[in-house]
Design a protein around this ligand. Sequence first.
Ligand code: FAD
Ligand code: SF4
Length: 320
Amino acid sequence: MASASANASADGRVVVIGAGPAGLEAARLAGDLGAQVTLVEKNDSPGGMPIQSNYAALTHGFRSAEEAMGEMITAVVDHPNIDLRSSSEITAMTGSAPEFSLTLTSGDKSEEVVAGAVIVATGFRHFDPGRETQQYGYYEFPDVITLADAEGMLKENNFVRPSNGEIPERVAFIQCVGSRDRQIGNEFCSKVCCGISSKQAIEIRQQVPDARVFIFYIDMRMYGYWENDIYWPAQEEHKVNYVKGIVTEVLQKGDKLVIPWADPWRLRWTSSSSPSAWSPARARGRWLKYSESGQTNTASSIKTTTASTRWPPPYRASLW
Ligand SMILES: Cc1cc2nc3c(=O)[nH]c(=O)nc-3n(C[C@H](O)[C@H](O)[C@H](O)COP(=O)(O)OP(=O)(O)OC[C@H]3O[C@@H](n4cnc5c(N)ncnc54)[C@H](O)[C@@H]3O)c2cc1C
Ligand code: SF4
């Protein structure tokens, strides 16, 4: 996210750090307002995560990431007020508004830039579900993938099980992995994955129409146009199944994966401490505690069946 640390100075120079979507847009707007802009990107080309991580189609409008980002990049490259410095970083900064002094380093060359405002738009890193939680077997099972992995497969129009190259029969999205999780210190909602998983669910249904797609969610947080452009069409036109449930782990059964899940509201309200003091890790612990007494169900009964009256209900779904 971009954040301005000061107002523009009399000489009107603004330094924007990071040339992803946020930095590109900030630079263009500042340039349009008449500021001289130095846009600093550490990578060898601009575009941010949608380009660096090979995203497929972007919302709004399911346009190819290259096309949508290409327009933003062209607007900056062609702008008379913007000086784009790729393969560069700000290595030091002194001063305060309205006069910052920054050291701009490219390779073994450094120069001083004086600016009235600095906009930091250095973006984000993808969460690593394997290393940071080890809960869903990301490094254990080839068929457990991330949204970013799926983007690359969808871009190639090759959405298959990585383990054997076959078309999947069922696909499940597990929401909120790495977010809203007090156990790992990430209490925030990342605000993109509800929309992006719904976008990808539509793309999967379009590319692999025989696959059934499930989205396991705590609550769906669709921002802005996503509600009408993605969320409702996913269900009504593309028959994506939304299931309120926390997936507690991923297991292997033969060549399939099986996912137990639990109803998040039941986990909340039966929690011994604060009603909101749940987390996937806590849910997993509860699941393990109760699973021995449970029966199992496959995805054919995924939406309706409670296998046991014991708590929590031990739903299970087989995947792929
Ligand atoms: C799987 C996935 C799919 C998505 N699909 C969509 C979609 O369809 N539509 C949509 O609107 N959003 C989508 N998003 C969200 C979107 O990717 C982000 O909102 C967007 O990339 C944020 O832009 P940004 O410029 O803040 O950060 P980034 O895209 O991370 O860009 C930051 C830039 O700053 C550079 N940088 C970092 N540190 C420095 C430094 N010290 N010096 C210089 N440069 C630096 C980086 O190299 C990078 O180029 C998706 C997200 C994910 C995870
Ligand atoms: S509520 Fe949705 S957007 Fe927020 S962290 Fe969970 S999956 Fe991501």
